[in-house]
Structure formats: C-alpha cells, structure tokens
Design a protein around this ligand. Structure first.
Ligand SMILES: Nc1ncnc2c1ncn2[C@@H]1O[C@H](COP(=O)(O)OP(=O)(O)OP(=O)(O)O)[C@@H](O)[C@H]1O
Length: 116
C-alpha cells in the first residue's frame, strides 16, 4: 500500500470539505446541525437517540456534498440549457429534499415526546 498516495487522497477529500463549507446551502446545514446538537444536549437524549441524530446529520452533510458535486459536473458538461441537465440537477436536489423531510419527521418523533 502506497502510504503517501493514501495521505494525498485524504488531502483531496479535505479540500472537498473546505469547498463544501463555502457553499451557502452547506452553511445552512451547518447552522441547523449546531441547533440540533444543542437541542439534543439540552433535551438529554438516550445513546440510541444520539446515534440516530448524529447519523442523520452526517448523511445530510454527505448528501448535500454529493448534490453539489452533481451540480458542478452538470455545469461542466452542459453549460447550455438541456432537459437532461435540468433532470440531473432537479433529481439531486430532490434527493436532498426527501432526506431533509424524513430527517425532520424522525427528529420530531424523537424530540416531541420529550418536550410535551
Ligand atoms: N444546464 C441546465 N439545463 C437545464 N436546466 C438547468 C441547467 N442548469 C440549471 N438548471 C435548472 O435551474 C435550477 C437551478 O440551477 P442552479 O445551477 O442555479 O442550481 P441551484 O440548485 O440553485 O444550486 P446552487 O445555487 O447551490 O449552485 C436547476 O435545479 C435546474 O432545474
């Protein structure tokens, strides 16, 4: 195994995370995640509930980054308007929306019984 190549790959992945952090949508997700983490701490979640909350936050970040990557590739290969470019971007955005809606529902199922 080439250790230097492995470390370089980590560097590129880190560059990807830095690029994502400059995106407005990603900043909104960061803010939401901070609010959810504070609320989780304040509410006093069980170990299993913490696992679910952390998993949802990690998946939301990862999905948003994949969405941004798809947008970049579409912009690269199809700078002009094209129905398939539209579908690709809308599908990727739709995937983020589906996950966000289900995450919100799961969050309500975890938090509401403790708050009420
Ligand atoms: N090349 C294209 N061909 C056809 N429709 C496109 C194309 N690029 C973007 N669109 C349409 O415009 C919408 C907005 O595209 P845009 O590139 O502004 O993405 P966005 O979701 O606003 O991303 P961001 O603002 O995070 O870069 C897309 O969801 C898609 O419906």
């Amino acid at each position: 195994m080439d250790v230097r190549k492995y470390i370089r790959s980590f560097g590129y992945a880190f560059e990807g995370i830095v690029t994502a952090c400059k995106e407005q949508n990603f900043k909104s997700h960061l803010l939401s995640a901070c609010i959810v983490l504070v609320a989780s701490y304040w509410t006093g979640l069980s170990r299993m509930e913490w696992l679910i909350v952390l998993l949802l936050i990690a998946l939301m970040f990862a999905l948003e980054m994949v969405n941004t990557a798809i947008e970049r590739v579409v912009d690269l290969v199809s700078p002009a308007q094209h129905p398939l470019a539209k579908q690709a971007k809308d599908l990727a955005a739709g995937a983020v929306l589906v996950f966000a809606v289900f995450s919100a529902i799961i969050g309500l199922l975890i938090f509401l019984p403790k708050w009420l």
